[in-house]
Ligand binder design. Structure first.
Ligand code: HSE
Length: 300
């Protein structure tokens, strides 16, 4: 018996919510097929779309690490074979490792008769993030599993909260053809936060969440600011500030680094503005000689 599942790309952090906020993107993502086997243990039997770069070893692959964390708790002693079909580029900041882990868990959980709900699966998926980048952050895996906008209120234990999303909120992802791996982009973060910056960041997180509850695009726009990760990480992304200026002129709500980058997300109050952002984004990056892929999704 086999089950194939899909899990979407995600935008983690959403500017002010470092490690605690994320949302899912429609259609773009990874697929994983899990097949029950008589031979005990987990085996990755196929990986497509990764250019031969992802590991097949069960203790290194995010699909098997996530499923193993689930089976350690569940007590299943059979075998599973895993095929991974990558739709997401590696090192892009679109939650590539998270989408693989989430799709693997959805398929394996379904094969076992769904002993766990989606929120419970987040606990297992973070183990895959620990292997992928050294930090068990949940702001990609939680929205990839649950969809929509998600808050990680706490990590010990995980407290994952689904947030409402205003109608007509669109996201443009601009993926410059660069690669950044999350462990490197985490290593450039400052380790201390001043009281002043903690206050600014808290105000913006509260503002962004209030804006989602009140469907207030203006408040969302004012709150898309980050004094924790963006000041150091933006230096790794050529064109970041030029793009920000350009999208402000055409009525977008704001921009930020998607996860640990280099993909940039831009939120817009309509599909029309989101499409203009894609065009303007391609122009900005062309001027500095970088190719960029643009993708538009309604946030819902
Ligand atoms: N919150 C994580 C980080 C997301 O910023 O490192 C990584 O995609």
């Amino acid at each position: 018996k086999s089950i194939r599942a899909f899990a979407p790309a995600t935008v983690a952090n959403v500017s002010c919510g470092f490690d605690i906020l994320g949302f899912a993107i429609d259609e773009l993502g990874d697929q994983v097929e899990v097949t029950l086997s008589d031979e005990p243990g987990l085996r990755v039997v196929l990986i497509e779309g990764d250019g031969g770069r992802l590991p097949y070893e069960a203790e290194k692959n995010t699909c098997t690490v996530a499923i193993q964390a689930m089976l350690d708790q569940h007590g299943f002693d059979g075998g599973m074979e895993i095929s991974l079909y990558k739709g997401l580029p590696l090192g892009s900041g679109m939650g590539s490792s998270a989408a693989s882990a989430a799709a693997a868990l959805i398929a394996a959980n379904a094969l076992l008769g769904e002993p766990y709900d989606k929120k419970e699966l987040v606990n297992f998926a973070v183990e895959a993030e620990r292997i992928a980048c050294g930090a068990a952050h949940a702001d990609n895996v939680a929205p990839s599993l649950l969809g929509g906008f998600v808050l990680i209120r706490d990590y010990h234990p995980l407290d994952v909260i689904k947030l409402p999303v205003p109608k007509g909120l669109f996201c443009t992802l601009l993926h410059p053809h660069l690669e950044l791996n999350t462990s490197d982009s985490r290593s450039v973060l400052k380790k201390q936060l001043s009281l002043k910056d903690a206050t600014i960041q808290s105000g913006n997180i509260a503002g962004l969440i209030s804006g989602l509850y009140q469907s207030d695009f203006n408040l969302i726009s004012r709150s898309l600011k980050d004094v924790i990760a963006e000041p150091t990480r933006a230096l790794l992304i050529p064109g970041f500030y030029e793009l920000r200026l350009a999208i402000q002129r055409i009525g977008a709500l704001g921009s930020g680094i998607s996860g640990s980058g280099p993909t940039i997300f831009v939120l817009s109050p309509s599909r029309k503005v989101a499409e203009e952002v894609a065009t303007v984004g391609q122009e900005v990056f062309a001027q500095i000689g970088l190719e960029v892929d643009a993708f538009i999704s309604e946030v819902n």
